[in-house]
Design a protein around this ligand. Sequence first.
Ligand code: DCP
Ligand code: MG
Length: 411
Amino acid sequence: MSDSPSSANRKIIHCDCDCFYASIEMRDDPSLRGRPLAVGGRPEGRGVVATCNYEARHFGIHSAMPMAHALRLCPELLILPPAMEKYRIASNQIQAIMLEYSELMEPLSLDEAYLDVTGSDRCQGSATLIAREIRARVFEQVGITVSAGVAPNKFLAKIASDWNKPDGMFVVRPVDVADFVSQLPVKKLHGVGKVTAARMHSLGIETCADLQTWTPEALTRVFGSFGDRLHQLSHGIDDREVNPTRERKSISVETTYVRDLRSLEACRVEMGELLAQLRKRIARAQAGDTMHKLFVKLRFADFSRTTAECVAHTLAPARVERLLREAHGRSSKSVRLMGVGIRLGPPVTQFELFQEPGNEPVPDMVDDIAEVDDAEARHAAPPEGADDAPSNDAATPGAAASSDRSGADPA
Ligand code: DCP
Ligand code: MG
């Protein structure tokens, strides 16, 4: 097979397992099938739903919902704790199957991955047949169903895999792209979460066809640096390559607040919750000794954003607070999104740790890192541990955790 061209005419498959953790549990105990089942934390504590099967979804239960609330919606709900090791094994098996069709495989989380089959000669080079075969083999060999989307780029393939869930697939051929995107609701776009969608609706923008009537300049005026990207997505354009070697570069958590935070004090209060989530994610990823920088990111009511960043090898709250104060001081507007995260590098030596500055002035401030609003991009990185999943009672429905990552075993 050959390298994938970066332009048009690519063939991308996106695979996403159906109610992944719950599927594995039902596979291992078929008596669970047909009954509402959630995997996640205990309802007595602050446990949340990591996922639930489709029977439970009929009751309105969904990921990240407090388990106690799920139980009120469905008193007969069966609850199981997550068994990450089993999920990792299944994930590796699925990725191994995908790799037989193309080495250009990019995992996004344990249960989803992109595959670029542009240069593959399997199944007569048909991406549709490859996707069908992968789905059948996963079912036979791993015992769960996976849904697939086939399209000329990542953005559309990801939407397509969701189109006929569960246990379905959907193909967007190059000739179908224009029709397909024009009827697409804006909330389907990567980076458009509840808050941005509400803003769009207030501007009369419901579908990509509506977005297409806006110039990139007009979109940038309203949505900042996300404007250009919105323009491209609304036309079905996405040039991102499937990147099999992408390494996790950062781990972060962020929240878009339904009501803006109007003071530094309000930000500090919410920051405590974000930091607790970040600590858990770093621990789970065993990434503590690869931390090189710390950053605090704010997006203000006018959609401008800023990131304060410093070299750091530990998560000292005083340093986070200083970055928060620094970033907050850069605008007089209230805060609609707040995030905190770390950037990763090679493992840190004891010597570097010893050398780490304490309370000296923060070096290396970086301004305004333009990026898509990860927090609102659901697929950026589904959190795995139920108790680590963004809990709505912690902040708002817009809450999410994110991390740049890859690897065969994204922890
Ligand atoms: N997950 C989690 N916390 C969340 C979201 C997801 O722990 N807030 C975990 C459990 C899921 C897995 O990640 O099984 C995959 O996430 P998906 O978003 O793909 O959800 P599912 O696979 O469970 O369901 P779907 O059929 O909608 O893909
Ligand atoms: Mg899934």
